[in-house]
Ligand binder design. Structure first.
Ligand code: ADP
Length: 538
């Protein structure tokens, strides 16, 4: 059979040729206005940028950094960089400045494309970024800020006179296309280098009807950022199927997201739970509905029951629970009900949907004990979750050793169960499990149970040292505005939901719970904050 190597630029070529009139809508980072064009326009401008980058000296294999929200220009950069054989290095702007400095230097980025918002930060860092030769600000001349960045160009002036013709070179499909660093909750961030092949296979898999499954009938709001594990692959999969793409720029608050969901008749979306909580608060406050939205994929951290139920019962929107990680491109599983499960009661169905689900074909997974022996699929036994497959990391960027065991399995660092139907459920991050009197307590289960309380906005559980039990769980709670339950009220609520010995020894109330750069509860910060916590009871 024919064996043309897979090149991601062909995805945009396909979209321009067969879905050329489908819209790509962007909320501008500079001023919040809405811009719209088509996949055909996107391809033309991508080729202009590819020519401009060549003239700036970008060569095969060079790393080109982007520090940017989801916009049309960022999309064009993705395809222009990877399509010519360079590597698009998406940088998470929510990371701390020293981490961004580390990442740019580790990747040795040659050019950095950035939103206007991030110009002041990069001005502060630029003298520590020796490899960056040119800065391209993702804006036009009118919005170009006064800047001290050396060799700074505005994106529109850079491409305006370039040709719309560009021949994508042919290279092996194992050629790296993009680079994304994990947020490095411990130690330095680690780079995951995706290839044309791995991104292609991953995007095809998530186009499956039982995974995320966008189609040409969908309008897709891409809330999950391109810098967060490839925007979960949707930036490839939507142009593959000709779905309308809505790119929200920097405004991810409830009001702005609602405006796009409604105005662009969005049918499908994907984001971490925090974004959806903000949206639901906005909807409730202003008594709004979601007439167009059918499905949202939620992942990045465990989806609480109240989120699934609120979307279902109040807005008629189905939540698809997904799980994955930067190292997996990122999708590792998605949870949809099997036909026979439609017979279950609503509550039992939600119990299933709280699980992280089934891997798409291409991902193998198993749970093992500390000796590496495989554990049964009984839904109760939990162990380390290992994965394998063609879009899963082999070796971190510039590392000397593979990140796999002798049989080629990657240890996700997650602890999980798998039930008799193959549904995987994350119990915890290995490092967040609480060891009490020699037994394990799942912080995620406790958090989920607490989140079911109607006065709780957010709940986090960490293990704190205990003189008798080694560790005991401490429940940290952010309440909804105007609510004032006591610690005992909350503990009473938990009593019927968790085993007695799992019950947190105390509840502390906080104004805010710290989040990581990828929107997860920062257990590291909480552990620091409560390092010297003293239990008042034994
Ligand atoms: P980071 O850079 O913050 O590690 P990732 O998105 O790569 O960002 O994080 C992956 C981890 O996030 C997983 O190993 C898992 O612990 C957690 N995670 C992702 N999705 C879910 C989910 N649906 N439920 C529970 N945990 C999840």
């Amino acid at each position: 059979m024919q064996a043309d190597p897979l090149n991601l630029a062909h995805v945009l070529e396909h979209a321009a040729r067969f879905h050329g009139r489908v819209e790509v809508v962007t909320r501008r980072v500079e001023d919040g206005t809405i811009e719209r064009y088509t996949y055909a326009d996107a391809l033309r401008r991508t080729k202009k940028l590819a020519n401009a980058l060549k003239k700036l000296g970008v060569e095969f294999g060079d790393r080109i950094g982007t520090l940017a929200w989801n916009t049309d220009r960022h999309l064009e950069a993705w395809y222009a960089i990877a399509g010519q054989g360079a590597i698009c290095h998406t940088i998470n702007p929510r990371l701390f400045e020293p981490q961004i400095e580390y990442i740019v230097n580790h990747a040795e980025d040659k050019v950095l494309l950035l939103d206007t918002l991030f110009v002041p930060m990069i001005e502060r860092l630029q003298h520590k970024l020796p490899t960056v030769e040119t800065y391209i600000v993702l804006t036009d001349r009118a919005h170009m800020p006064q800047t001290e960045l050396h060799n700074a160009l505005d994106f529109e002036s850079l491409i305006v006179d370039e040709s719309e013709d560009f021949e994508w070179p042919s290279f092996p499909e194992e050629t790296p296309s993009s680079l994304c660093y994990t947020s490095g909750t411990t130690g330095n961030p680690k780079g995951v280098l995706y290839t044309h092949r791995s991104n292609f296979l991953h995007a095809n898999a998530i186009n499956g009807k039982d995974v995320i499954g966008p189609s040409c009938s969908d309008s897709v709001l891409l809330v999950v950022p391109m810098f967060h594990a490839n925007s979960w692959g949707l930036n490839y999969s939507c142009p593959m199927v000709g779905a309308k793409l809505v790119l929200p720029g920097a405004q991810l608050d409830g009001e702005s997201i609602y405006e796009l969901l409604n105005g662009e008749q969005v049918t499908l979306s994907a984001a971490v739970p925090t974004v959806w909580n903000m949206l639901l608060s906005h909807l409730q406050e202003h008594e709004l509905k979601l007439p167009h939205l059918n499905e949202v994929t939620i992942g990045g951290s465990a989806v609480p029951r109240n989120l699934i139920e609120a979307f279902d019962l109040d807005y008629g929107v189905t939540v698809i629970h997904g799980w994955g990680m930067t190292e997996m491109s990122p999708i590792g599983s998605a949870c949809r009900l099997r036909p026979f499960m439609k017979e279950l009661s609503y509550e039992q169905q939600v119990d299933v949907r709280l699980k992280q689900g089934i891997p798409p074909f291409g991902v193998w997974m198993k749970i093992v004990d500390d000796d590496g022996s495989e554990l049964p699929h009984d839904g109760g036994t939990f162990g380390r979750l290992l994965v394998k497959g063609p879009w899963i990391v082999k070796r971190y960027y510039k590392d000397d050793h593979d990140a796999l065991d002798a049989e080629g399995w990657f240890d996700t660092g997650d602890i999980a169960t798998i039930d008799e139907h193959g549904y995987m459920q994350i119990t915890d991050r290995a490092k967040d499990l609480i060891k009490s009197g020699g037994e394990w307590i799942s912080s995620v289960d406790l958090e989920n149970a607490m989140m079911e309380h109607s006065m709780v906005a957010m709940a986090a559980v960490i293990g704190c040292h205990h003189p008798t039990w080694e560790e005991r769980p401490l429940m940290i709670v952010k309440l909804l505005d105007g609510c004032e339950p006591s610690s005992n009220d909350l503990l009473d609520f938990l009593k019927s939901r968790v085993a007695k010995w799992w019950l947190p020894d105390n509840v502390v109330f906080v104004d805010d719970i710290p989040l990581t750069a990828t929107g997860k509860i920062s257990k590291l910060t909480l552990r620091e904050q409560f390092r010297d916590y003293q239990w008042t009871t034994d």
